[in-house]
Design a protein around this ligand. Structure first.
Ligand SMILES: NC(=O)C1=CN([C@@H]2O[C@H](COP(=O)(O)OP(=O)(O)OC[C@H]3O[C@@H](n4cnc5c(N)ncnc54)[C@H](O)[C@@H]3O)[C@@H](O)[C@H]2O)C=CC1
Ligand SMILES: O=C([O-])CC(=O)C(=O)O
Length: 341
């Protein structure tokens, strides 16, 4: 199963044809959001508040979580909302989280690359990892903060230092790349996006984002002259939003939707729902890059099976060959940040 529907959402269930667990099978989880007051954090927290698999929703940020929590707490769903503000309260916030979602950090402004965020966001992600290693070492961790190609290695290296590293539980969230690939292809081919799936492999920046259109389901045929611009649009879609927002940040609403869907998949996998497959950027030996995104089968302990990249066309292979050295560089930068301090 590879469904983009948020299966456990109270509202979305009304309109979507989704798989439901029996109530007896259902477990409820403690989910923490670090960066909960931000542009992504707030709508993400809203979507998690209406997810039936969430029993406790913990909002953590360096500012304003009381307001967001008061607001969300008036929505009549089972998830109880707790809030913590400030570094001194982070360890209480993360304690016992079974899933930790991290949209903490600064977003891009026009003219910036994701890597330009490294100087600020590397420290933010490392500081959250320091606390997570002690407060929720068994949590599934979904890292949104950019540059994802480097922040996932940073989080991993910090956990290694604390002896709390489990590569099966640390995910860079690349779901939005999949959503964009699906949206643009569905538009181009006049398909219902609900029925379209497209794996996106590699990383989450520019040419490291590799939509594998040849593996789209249903199969789509795209004219040669349209393929390169389509792939470029998917790769540059984040920049398209940054430009349109003109200094007011980057994708927040589509990202919140994507993160809510990815979190829901983690929760379903934790609940024992079989055949949950998502693309994410994880520790990998699929290519020379030590971290790489591709479809993963998720289970109770995180990654149950890495499904690899399948068969690529010569053109896709060419793009992959160009992406891997870039990823290797981004990964090394993240690892060095932690280990050369
Ligand atoms: N992986 C992906 O596909 C995407 C990633 N992003 C990234 O997500 C991040 C967040 O973006 P936005 O929500 O738009 O930014 P934002 O600036 O609106 O929100 C970020 C939040 O993080 C908080 N924060 C800062 N330092 C913190 C710390 N040490 N601990 C906890 N919270 C802290 C801020 O107070 C703020 O509330 C950015 O790095 C952005 O580039 C954005 C879109 C897509
Ligand atoms: O483009 C950005 O800076 C935010 C992001 O990662 C995306 O929208 O894919």
């Amino acid at each position: 199963m590879w469904s983009r529907s948020i299966a456990s959402s109270k509202i979305l269930n009304v309109t979507r044809n989704v798989q439901q667990l029996n109530v007896s099978q259902q477990r409820n989880f403690r989910v923490a959001v670090a960066g909960a007051s931000g542009g992504i954090g707030q709508p993400l927290s809203l979507l998690l508040k209406i997810n039936n698999l969430v029993k406790t929703l913990v909002l953590y940020d360096v500012q304003n979580t009381a307001g967001v929590a008061a607001d969300l707490s008036h929505i009549p769903t089972q998830a109880k909302v707790l809030h913590f503000t400030g570094a001194e309260n982070m360890s209480a916030a993360l304690k016992g989280a079974e899933v930790l979602v991290i949209p903490a950090g600064v977003p891009r402004k026009p003219g910036m690359t994701r890597d330009d965020l490294f100087n600020t966001n590397a420290s933010i992600v490392a500081s959250i990892a320091e606390v997570a290693a002690k407060s929720c070492p068994k949590a599934m961790v979904a890292i949104i903060s950019n540059p994802v190609n480097s922040t996932v290695p940073i989080f991993s290296e910090v956990l290694k230092k604390h002896g709390a590293y489990d590569p099966k539980r640390i995910f860079g969230v690349t779901t939005l790349d999949v959503e964009r690939a699906v949206t643009f292809v569905a538009e181009m081919k006049s398909l219902n996006p609900d029925s379209v799936n497209i794996p996106v492999i590699g990383g989450h920046a520019g040419t490291t984002i590799l939509p594998i259109i040849s593996q789209a389901t249903p199969k789509v045929s795209i004219d040669k002259d349209k393929l390169a611009p389509l792939i470029a649009r998917i790769q540059d879609a984040g920049t398209e939003v940054v430009k349109a927002k003109a200094g007011a940040g980057s994708a927040t609403l589509s990202m919140a939707y994507s993160a809510a869907r990815f979190t829901d998949s983690l929760l379903q996998a934790l609940s024992g729902t079989p055949n949950i497959v998502e693309c994410a950027y994880v520790k990998s030996d699929v290519t020379e890059a030590k971290y790489f995104a591709n479809p993963l089968l998720l289970g109770k302990d995180g990654i149950q099976q890495n499904l690899g990249i399948g068969t690529l066309t010569p053109y896709e292979k060419e793009l992959l060959d160009k992406a891997v050295p870039q990823l290797v560089q981004n990964i090394k930068k993240g690892e060095d940040f932690v280990n050369k301090k």
